[in-house]
Design a protein around this ligand. Structure first.
Ligand SMILES: [Zn+2]
Length: 124
């Protein structure tokens, strides 16, 4: 993991990573699905697979996630819409040099005071 804490945060907030999503990766609890979603995008970008697994309601294969993080570059996150339990976003990513940009509506649920990613619906 060679992402510097002083780099701009991958979520696009304009803040340094250490002042933004890294705080969640280090244990700060996201208070809204939007915060969680951004911190998950940043976790993909910095290759923090543990965080992605920890904030999902379902099991994901660690090796698959690591592979995905390695092959893809996370170029830009745009939030299109959000509510109390959903976030709709566009993720500009490139995997193995090819454009793999997608839009998704993500659903979140709160368990024991923590927001978790429940499911996602890929938009056309
Ligand atoms: Zn961030």
């Amino acid at each position: 993991m060679k992402f510097s804490p002083n780099n701009p945060c991958p979520c696009g907030s304009g803040k340094k990573y250490k002042k933004c999503c890294q705080m969640y990766h280090k244990g700060k609890v996201a208070s809204t699905p939007l915060e969680l979603m951004k911190s998950r995008y940043s976790a993909f970008a910095v290759g923090n697979v543990e965080y992605i697994i920890k904030t999902s309601t379902f099991q994901k294969d660690k090796t698959d996630l690591e592979q995905f993080c390695k092959e893809c570059e996370f170029l830009k996150l745009e939030i299109l819409d959000f509510s109390n339990t959903t976030v709709t976003f566009k993720a500009t990513i490139e995997c193995n040099g090819a454009d793999a940009t997608f839009s998704e509506k993500s659903y979140f649920i709160q368990k024991d005071g923590r927001w978790l990613y429940e499911s996602g619906e890929i938009l056309g």
